[in-house]
Ligand binder design. Structure first.
Ligand SMILES: Nc1ncnc2c1ncn2[C@@H]1O[C@H](COP(=O)(O)OP(=O)(O)OP(=O)(O)O)[C@@H](O)[C@H]1O
Ligand SMILES: [Mg+2]
Length: 527
């Protein structure tokens, strides 16, 4: 029998609201869940963690009706259930917010919230009523999203709140969140946490997947660790530590990564002068304004800033993928360039790993091998024909190097877990042997062990003379990786820090500073 305990909401009757009993889920070639048993207490905040491919999303998909076929038993409120779709789960009070958001982009946020259970009046859709209710849900969530606006025009952070609003409107008392913060910036994460904390206080049971220890340790009552599809242990948050959780996740100690030391920058490889990106039809005329900096060979430069600061846009300008043509000067390896398409950037050996792997990075209809080798097909071509054998060898090398968990190079890329998909995108670009590597939040959704691996790879590439520009939604990551950090605020360069000056506090100060510091541009192109 579960013992009554207290959580942050005060004394509560603690009976399991969800019981998972000996659940096994097999996919062709993979056992995603292996005899997993877990009790979730009513009203608790229960974190689920584990490496990429450990089975976290699979377990949550079973609980929310997305995956209907599995071995074993699930009980909700003491009663055995077998959901054949998300509707069944919703009727039982369970809502899920997926790792990859699931909204219909062209519909309004209100229409998304009420999708499939539209409000009608006299047989017609009652948009006004739905918008009214959506607005009141948004108010509860402290956000002022316009309910009539199409979802595609909203930022990811707001899109996520729509999913939460939907869960609220369904009056779900069990909310599953699968890596909800992986696409959010610091301030959006704070907002989300305020909302989640409130739901928790109201007695909503929360199952929360994250790779970020800060989040796991912030609100959790208990923490369950999965490894290789098996449940390793469920721990009381107050009786464990980050170290223990990490250890249980990866089954070994993660060495702390300390880079930057001993690395020395060479000649400038990239020089950017007075780069501006117009923003037509927008009150702020410039999306990026007058940005100058340089990147040297063997140097990792970080781009920090809040959502909308222009980090991704800056990388896009350098990669030839920005919506508008940038103004100003970009000099690559001594030659002025103006890429109008990523293929030109690629030919000049500039590579970019994108923020949004779903839209740009991943080719869902292809397998792992094709995804990894698609930018380097010429190397696998023999007498005009692509040699699958060479492709396989190349793919296997990356799978091994980055620890991609999959059944092999021929596995459909969509069958991979979120973090492992991201590793495939990274692997593809590493293969292009770039001079300049642009990494837009590369470790999003990647587990701690693989992150450490990726840091080592970045460090090694840098020592080989690559110039690397990286953004991250996590400041500690930039602080670990970079030799220098440039801070953007509203499209302008507001600060620059060298390694000895790094601190989260200082970066945040610059990130919220509207004045441009007079000290930029940097040491005059290094000449
Ligand atoms: N539809 C599918 N077809 C085949 N294999 C799958 C499918 N979905 C998941 N898998 C496999 O099941 C295992 C567990 O995947 P799951 O998505 O649950 O991992 P995860 O713990 O959520 O990882 P991540 O942190 O990367 O999101 C992985 O090996 C994955 O490749
Ligand atoms: Mg997952």
């Amino acid at each position: 029998m579960p013992q009554p305990t207290q959580n942050s909401a005060g004394a509560k009757e603690v009976s399991p609201i969800v019981q998972v009993e000996s659940v096994t889920k097999r996919f062709p070639g993979v056992v995603a869940l292996d005899d997993v048993s877990l009790h979730v207490r009513r009203g608790e905040f229960h974190a689920i963690c584990g490496e990429n491919g450990a089975g976290k999303s699979t377990l949550m998909k079973i609980l929310s009706g997305v995956i209907p076929d599995y071995e074993g038993r699930v009980l909700v409120r003491g009663r055995p259930v077998r959901f054949s779709g998300t509707r069944d789960a919703e009727a039982a009070g369970i809502s899920i917010i997926h790792q990859e958001l699931n909204l219909v982009e062209q519909l309004s946020s209100a229409a998304n919230i009420f999708l499939g259970r539209e409000k009608t009046s006299l047989g017609l859709l009652d948009d006004r009523a739905m918008e009214r209710e959506a607005r009141s849900l948004f108010e509860q969530l402290d956000c002022d999203i316009n309910p009539a606006r199409p979802v595609r025009e909203l930022r990811v952070g707001d899109q996520q709140l729509i999913e939460i609003a939907k869960a609220l409107s369904l009056e779900s008392d069990i909310l599953i969140m699968d890596e909800p913060t992986s696409a959010l910036t610091e301030s959006e994460v704070e907002r989300l946490f305020r909302v989640v904390a409130r739901l928790h206080e109201q007695g909503v049971t929360i199952l929360y997947i994250s790779h970020k220890m800060d989040e796991i340790f912030r609100l959790s009552d208990r923490i369950t660790v999965l490894r290789d599809g098996k449940l390793v242990r469920t721990l009381d948050r107050r009786e464990t530590s980050r170290r223990e959780v990490t250890h249980l996740m990866v089954g070994r100690e993660i060495e702390s990564v300390e880079f930057g030391g001993g690395r020395s920058a060479g000649d400038p490889i990239l020089y950017v002068e007075k780069l501006s990106l117009p923003w037509p039809g927008h009150a702020r005329q410039w999306r990026l304004e007058n940005i100058s900096f340089e990147l040297r060979r063997g140097e990792v430069v970080g781009l920090a800033g809040l959502m909308g600061a222009g980090r991704t846009e800056l990388l896009e300008c350098l990669f030839g993928s920005s919506d508008e043509r940038p103004q100003g000067k970009i000099v690559l390896d001594g030659k002025e360039v103006a890429f109008s398409h990523p293929s030109e950037a690629k030919a000049a050996r500039v590579a970019m790993v994108n923020e949004d792997r779903k839209q740009f990075g991943l080719f869902a209809q292809m397998n792992v091998r094709e995804n990894i080798t698609m930018c380097t097909l010429d190397r696998s071509t023999q007498g005009g024909l692509v040699s699958t054998r060479r492709e396989r060898a190349a793919a296997l090398e990356s799978i091994d190097q980055l620890g991609v968990r999959c059944s092999g190079p021929e596995a459909a890329v969509t069958s991979l877990s979120g973090g492992n998909q991201q590793k495939c995108v990274i692997a593809r670009w590493l293969k292009t042997d770039p001079k300049v590597l642009l990494l837009d939040d590369p470790t999003r959704g990647v587990d701690v062990g693989a992150k450490a691996e990726l840091y080592k790879i970045i460090d090694a590439l840098c020592r080989k003379g690559l110039g690397i520009i990286v953004t991250s939604s996590e400041l500690p990551e930039l602080i670990t990786l970079c030799d220098r950090i440039l801070v953007l605020c509203e499209g302008r360069l507001t600060g620059q820090l060298t390694r000895p000056e790094f601190s989260e506090q200082r970066i945040m100060e610059y990130a919220t500073m509207r004045e441009v510091v007079p000290s930029s541009p940097p040491d005059a192109a290094g000449e």
